[in-house]
Design a protein around this ligand. Structure first.
Ligand code: NAI
Length: 343
């Protein structure tokens, strides 16, 4: 089968070539050859060759119906990620294209990162670091934070990553409350977790951390209507997906001083925010998208907001696990034994 891997970093190419020795960066003519590229795939960036049957992508690609029509022979997309909201599932289904993902490559990786954001906010570490680096001033004045021990950790989504986050929270001596569409009662009993409604979680938590997937049911789960339920002086962290929280709700929460701090590894319209020049030049910007991009920039400048560029997955160990599972997914599909297929 003709295969292509997109959005690659150099070290990944070395590992892929150990599994598929015939590689090319120009044109695949032999089905045993693999096309390797650093480029992402989206409406604006399509490769010259289009007869691949399997493509592997990362989260910065956007697989739309238009992209799919550019790959008439495509049978499988192996995404090197847990989330798959960058792929139009319905369009794939209609065309009989399977999607293989990487479940559970870095549950601890993302949970550890969420706590990195939480401690940065609660202890104002980012401000102290900036001050020392930028001014060489060694004064702690203005950097007093709060302890997290004894505070309430509100976990939205208690799957693989949420459970790791809960264990870390317990390690810090926090009380844990949770909201999930499908509560895991056995885990809750064992780990002393209190499941409750989203509304009650928002009212109860000192630190809210989002760990559910983005889907129809989680679109704007936290929004401008329910943000006012959130406890004054609490912290909000999102390492899941941007559109789970309405950007306007974050703006409102900051303006109304509901949040003492907000940490975001993901943003609504993050692709467009990353590549604004191209979006404006080549896309068809809608008023809502432009508004969100401007709001993202306003948030970036807020003193109590820290934003990182979708980086929570990005540890060496996690990336190696992602690539190894993806290679198994590609080989499995090729060998007639599809693995980790998104249902
Ligand atoms: P998972 O599938 O193990 O757990 C998700 C949990 O969310 C499940 O318990 C599920 O019941 C719950 N859930 C689903 N729909 C819900 C709804 N409407 N309301 C409340 N709860 C709901 O997923 P996992 O591995 O824990 O990953 C969670 C998300 O983290 C991924 O979908 C992905 O978007 C994000 N992620 C972000 C990364 C980053 O680099 N920032 C890296 C990896 C994952």
């Amino acid at each position: 089968m003709k295969k292509a891997f997109f959005e690659l970093e150099g070290w990944e190419e070395r590992i892929i070539s150990q599994h598929f020795p015939l590689i090319t960066r120009t044109y695949v003519s032999d089905p045993n050859e693999v096309f390797l590229s650093k480029d992402k795939v989206d409406d604006f960036t399509l490769p010259k060759q289009n007869d691949f049957e399997i493509i592997s992508i990362f989260v910065n690609s956007r697989i739309t119906d238009r992209v799919l029509s550019a790959f008439p022979n495509l049978k499988c997309i192996a995404t090197r990620s847990t989330g798959f909201d960058h792929i139009d599932l319905e369009a794939c289904k209609k065309r009989g294209i399977l999607i293989a993902s990487v479940p559970g490559y870095g549950d601890n990786t993302v949970a550890e990162y969420a706590f990195g954001l939480i401690l940065n906010l609660t202890r104002k570490m980012f401000l102290s670091i900036d001050q020392v680096k930028e001014t060489s001033s060694f004064t702690a004045s203005g950097h007093r934070g709060v302890d997290i021990k004894g505070k309430t950790f509100g976990c939205i989504g208690t799957g693989r990553i949420g459970k790791e986050a809960i264990k870390i929270a317990k390690g810090f001596g926090m009380n844990v409350v949770a909201f999930d569409a499908r509560p895991d009662e056995a885990f809750a009993r064992e780990n002393h977790v209190d499941y409750m409604s989203l509304e009650k979680l928002l009212q109860t938590s000192d630190v809210i951390s989002v760990h559910c997937p983005y889907n129809e049911g989680t679109h704007h789960l936290i929004n401008k209507n329910n943000v006012s339920l959130i406890k004054r002086g609490s912290y909000l962290v999102n390492t899941a997906r941007g559109p789970i929280i309405e950007t306007e709700a974050i703006m409102k929460g900051i303006e109304d001083k509901i949040f003492a701090g907000v940490g975001l590894d993901v943003l609504e319209e993050e692709g467009e925010t990353r590549d604004e020049m191209r979006f404006i030049a080549e896309g068809h910007p809608q008023e809502k998208e432009l508004k969100t991009i401007i709001q993202n920039h306003i948030l970036m400048r807020q003193p109590n907001v820290i934003i990182t560029p979708h980086n929570a997955f990005n540890s060496q160990e996690a990336l190696e696990r992602i690539l190894n599972t993806t290679l198994e997914n590609v080989k499995g599909f090729e060998g007639g034994r599809p693995l980790n297929i998104v249902k």
